[in-house]
Design a protein around this ligand. Sequence first.
Ligand code: EPZ
Length: 448
Amino acid sequence: MSVYRIEGGRRLEGRLTVRGAKNASLKLMAAALMAEGPTVLEAVPRITDIETMISVLQALGAQCHWLSDHVLEIDPRGLNRWEPPDRLVRRMRASVQVMGPLLAKMGRVRLTYPGGCSIGARPIDLHLEGLRALGAEVVDEGGYVEARMVQPRDAVIHLDYPSVGATENLICAAALGSGSVRILNAAQEPEVAELGRFLNRMGARVRGAGQGTVEVEGVRRLTGVRHAVIPDRIEAGTYLLAGAITRGQVEVGPVVPAHVEALVARLEAAGCQLAWAGGRGPRRREGSLALEGVEGNPVDWVILRAERRPRPLHVRTQPHPGFPTDLQPQLMAYLSLADGTSLVTETVHTARFNHVDELVRMGASIQVEGRTAVIRGVPGLTGTTVQADDLRAGAGLVLAGLAAEGTTVVEGIEHIRRGYEDLAGRLREAGAAIEEVELEEEPVPAGV
Ligand code: EPZ
């Protein structure tokens, strides 16, 4: 069993480089299935969720090759199946993102129900309702979902909730074909905007991706392209919080300033000093929004300095541009050391508090009441052995370990590897004492 062993209490100081966004790369890979030729994606992170998506695409008949370290080629010309294997769909929920592309390209898709996961129930009803509105016949029974495009039609779809995955699946499903579709109350996450940009480069007609209303006019064919994925805003946020929790000074990038505004505002409110190396960033952007839209996503590096315990905060996770749920556990680790009582309310996922009991074992004082965690800041945390049960909970525990006194052992790091490329190595470059070590699993006593 691999674990992270962390000697806490060292200030992080240095540069932390961010890879391409996991949650954009996965969707672009799925969308590449719709092209008539190969697509090359640059800046794809080397993480296990990407390996799982590669397996999904290969199982469907596409070919995938790493051309170099972070450059992935996807050739969909061998695509000949519309049913991703059950074991892969169960391993990674993002496998459902092949639904829209397969329906558009093959007219048909069948997959096992992805089910719940350790951050709460995650139904796909909004995906399915949307596909029905586009003219698909959808059968949802016996743990499987099957959709066939019977009568493609123009549609106006109002999402009950701005689901990221449903918005992305519907954009893809509508991108190829003759229909014209408006999606209202669409998710506005930067990864949705990135998918729209990517599809348009392939020849699609998508307007407004990344805004509340998205319009898609189907086209007859899409071509393969070469495309560099946007930086991972959640990875960037994790590194900024690592700098903050260790009261260090870090420079994190590349990052698109607009993608991290919600976190930057909270870090400033907590007492950190932030600056932008290239002079870009929230304060300097006035008047240049149109230019950004034309140019795409200018990037910068953000410099953070933290000197004392954070001031307490009240934070609610929300769909973008609200505070991202994918940084909630990391923020909670940070606020467990605040000089006062913080409130963190999780509104996006139903059960994303896996990290709380483990933080409490390290000396944090946190009580969960419904969807809100009440965090009474303590002056220090103490290292112990903790278990990561999901990706971002794991990142939060690593951050807590960096700040804790003594040794922290984080188990369950396979969850962390799903979304962070060599997290330990990256943190070491900024001075953290963290290493991955192999432990022998303790035998379970017989008869107990
Ligand atoms: C994406 O998941 C991300 N995953 C998640 O990141 C992220 O937490 C989430 O968006 C919210 O930002 C990927 O992009 C691969 P949703 P997704 O559909 O698309 C409910 C990480 O750590 N809902 O916006 O699955 C759902 O149950 C991961 O990197 C329905 O009720 O998120 C949830 O409570 C974890 N019915 C809420 O909406 C539906 O049909 C948000 O889900 C769809 C969603």
